[in-house]
Design a binder for this molecule. Structure first.
Ligand SMILES: *Cc1c(COP(=O)(O)O)cnc(C)c1O
Length: 386
């Protein structure tokens, strides 16, 4: 199988050079806007591009509030803080995720709780969430608590893995039933929709990321999304130095995070945002090609779920077993085609090994079999951006 895969991927990207997993692409507009921040000297936390980028993301996603941050972890940290997550709380998330989801929970002194993912979406499984809560939680006058320890279970953080939207309606209903805050880790899902609604606009808060490997990049960057104006204003306040507006006095009424995105990065974001529609088209074309190629093979192509539209940020296949996964990884990487296994599950990492967890059967199945395939929207000569 591997020689065929190698040839197929080389033809797809039309290059004999090394093929990265995901590379950013810039054109003249990126250069012009970034240089503009230099010539005007507005490189830092004041400048028009931050406002423009926030407005652009608001309009694209259909949310009412968007606050740009230094990275996605910072946006998640702020979202959790504004949801009322406190030291000693439990926050439920999935075992199969990027470590940043758990780090944001940990930075508040809260403890992540790991629940299984669904095989179809690779994201938090509503049935697993329901089972976990029925087995380990109870509703009290103060909200949802862990039955054994009495500690509050405050929030649920599903993650839209590789851009595939989770079963949001079902998860939202469970959160309402158990009085849990829903915060979407939408770091990988800009351009993904759940039943026509952009991911990150259904939970009370959501976080996007614009790290270098994401669908669009600001170098490093993130954005907090929410719907109510008061929360948006609080997020803006907390992500700055929490300075109370005054012409010259310095008075701060909270310990602000100073998570602001610099104007320099936002300029790059404004240019990148104009490319999002064409990147989505290119990624869908790529996904269609992978789907056709892997049809009727021993490799299951991870497709978008029926309930939504994926941005196909990172394409993936699930191999028949760990041995064929390992062979696949060795052969393709040796041929200069970067492929990688999925993240090690969160409960295996030293800082999260002690955290509570439900049955993680599907997560463990995927951990030993899933491979990410090269997914850049633009590589080779024929699709150079202008
Ligand atoms: C990229 C990413 C983040 C945020 O990462 P930053 O590097 O802090 O922008 C958070 N969660 C997930 C699942 C991610 O993939």
């Amino acid at each position: 199988m591997s020689p065929h895969v190698t040839k197929f991927i080389r033809d797809l990207f039309n290059t004999n050079d090394a093929i990265p997993l995901h590379a950013p692409a810039f054109g003249e507009l990126e250069t012009a806007l970034v240089v503009d921040t230099l010539t005007t000297t507005f490189v830092s936390s004041v400048g028009q591009y931050v406002d423009d980028f926030e407005r652009g993301v608001r309009e694209y996603t259909g949310t009412s509030q968007a606050v740009a941050t230094v990275n996605g972890t910072a946006a998640l940290h702020t979202a959790l803080k504004l949801s009322g997550v406190q030291a000693g709380d439990f926050v439920i998330t999935q075992a199969l995720t990027f470590v940043a989801t758990c780090n944001a929970i940990h930075h508040l002194g809260a403890t992540p709780v790991f629940v299984d993912v669904s095989e179809a979406t690779l994201g938090l499984c509503p049935n697993a969430l329901d089972s976990y809560l029925n087995e380990h939680a109870k509703l009290t006058a103060d909200g949802c608590v862990d039955t054994k320890s009495g500690r509050p279970i405050r929030a649920v953080v599903p993650m839209h893995t590789f851009g595939h939207p989770v079963h949001l309606r079902e998860i939202h209903a469970i959160c309402n039933q158990w009085q849990l805050e829903l915060i979407e880790d939408a770091a990988e899902s800009l351009g993904s929709f759940y039943d026509g609604q952009h991911t990150g606009t259904i939970g009370r808060f959501a976080a996007l990321s614009f790290n270098g490997n994401k669908i669009i990049t600001t170098g490093g960057g993130g954005m907090l999304l929410c719907r109510d104006q008061a929360s948006g204003a609080q997020a803006k306040h907390l992500t700055t130095t929490a300075k109370v507006a005054h012409p010259y006095e310095f008075y701060h009424d909270q310990a602000g995070f100073n998570y602001r995105m610099p104007n320099l990065n936002a300029a790059l974001g404004c240019a990148q945002l104009t490319r999002l529609p064409s990147y989505l088209t290119a990624k869908r074309k790529l996904a269609n090609a992978y789907r056709t190629f892997f049809a009727d093979s021993d490799y299951r192509f991870v497709d978008e779920p029926a309930h939504g539209q994926s941005n196909f940020w990172l394409n993936a296949v699930v191999c028949a077993d760990k041995a064929s996964r390992d062979e696949f990884l060795v052969n393709l990487n040796r041929a200069g085609i970067m492929c990688r296994p999925v993240w090690q599950l969160m409960h295996r990492l030293p800082m999260y090994a002690h955290c509570p967890a439900g049955n993680l059967q599907v997560s463990e199945y995927l951990e030993s079999r899933l491979v990410n395939l090269p997914s850049s929207p633009i590589i080779g000569q024929q699709h150079e951006p202008t």
